[in-house]
Design a protein around this ligand. Structure first.
Ligand code: NAD
Length: 270
């Protein structure tokens, strides 16, 4: 018995690194997966990989900032699978020009909010219409650790991902009694083939010094958490935010510097 036998799922941004790993895991666990992305080719590649592995999938081009495309995406899933049990709101991203509020180009702010906040809301809205009619459904929103603490860059991204957390709690509160669960994941740094080439080595080292796990996070770490929140294993979990960040936000901000000084420098240990 697999964890999502017979469930119909949509994964947005399924052509990207985390989305692809998530779509493939949900399919391995028995879900019928609609792979959606604004990039039709990468969405199709993910669906093809699922089919090649013996799973059930199809792909659609869907830009989550376009309400008509979002409505068509949900309609395509329902037409193909007959229902919609799971929505994974994974599509999202940031701008290199999202640096500082004092120099913020309002167009960069608007595009970031349109993608991460408004786009996620639109997907929730159209999925909810179907899920409420069914009386059941699980929504998993991919936010970011950037939503949980101040950062030296990407304020628009952080605000948009904070909006995703507020949206998550609002949906759980408004529709929990109608059988809807809505939870969020706040990933830490997940270096993958799309991100690693652009990510400065010095910042990889800073991340490694501040996480509590002895290794970096992977796309599979996020996919596994999505599977848990999408499945009946989390049936009594609603409106929750699950950090999947190797413990980055679990400790005092002085953790890395204290380790560098050495534990013997702590008076209580002497
Ligand atoms: N990688 C990390 O370190 C990290 C950390 C925290 C949060 N996240 C979040 O995880 C999610 C997945 O990111 P990733 O790291 O796999 O990046 P990625 O760039 O590999 O994948 C993002 C996917 O979203 C798609 N997409 C972008 N805009 C879209 C739109 N308007 N409509 C439909 N699809 C669209 C892209 O085409 C791409 O396939 C994002 O929401 C991101 O903000 C990532």
């Amino acid at each position: 018995m697999t964890m999502l036998s017979g469930q119909a799922a949509i994964v947005t941004g399924a052509g990207g690194a985390i989305g692809r790993a998530t779509a493939r895991l949900l399919a391995r666990q028995g879900a019928w997966v609609l792979c959606a992305d604004r990039n039709a080719d990468t969405a199709a590649r993910t669906a093809d990989a699922i089919l090649a592995a013996g799973g059930h999938a199809l792909s659609v081009k869907a830009d989550i900032t376009d309400e008509a495309e979002v409505a068509a995406m949900v309609a395509a899933a329902v037409a193909a699978f007959g229902a919609l049990g799971v929505l994974v709101n994974n599509a999202g991203g940031s701008s290199r020009r999202d640096v500082d509020i004092a120099s913020m180009d309002a167009a960069v702010w608007d595009r970031t909010m349109a993608l991460n906040a408004r786009g996620t809301m639109l997907c929730c809205k159209h999925a909810l219409l179907q899920m409420l009619a069914q009386g059941a459904g699980a929504i998993v929103n991919i936010s970011s650790g950037a939503a949980t603490a101040g950062q030296l860059s990407m304020p628009a991204y952080a605000a948009s991902k904070s909006a995703v957390l507020a949206l998550t709690r609002a949906i759980a509160t408004q529709h929990g009694r109608e059988g809807i669960r809505c939870n969020a994941i706040t990933p830490g740094l997940i270096l993958h083939e799309n991100l690693a080439p652009h990510y400065p080595e010095a910042h990889v080292r800073i991340d490694a010094a501040n996480i509590l796990s002895p290794r970096q996070g992977t796309v599979d770490d996020i996919a596994n958490a999505v599977l848990f929140l999408a499945s009946e294993m989390s049936a009594f979990v609603n409106g929750h935010v699950l950090p999947v960040d190797g413990g980055l936000f679990a400790h005092t901000p002085t953790y890395a510097q204290t380790l560098e000084l050495g534990l013997d420098s702590l008076s209580l240990r002497n």
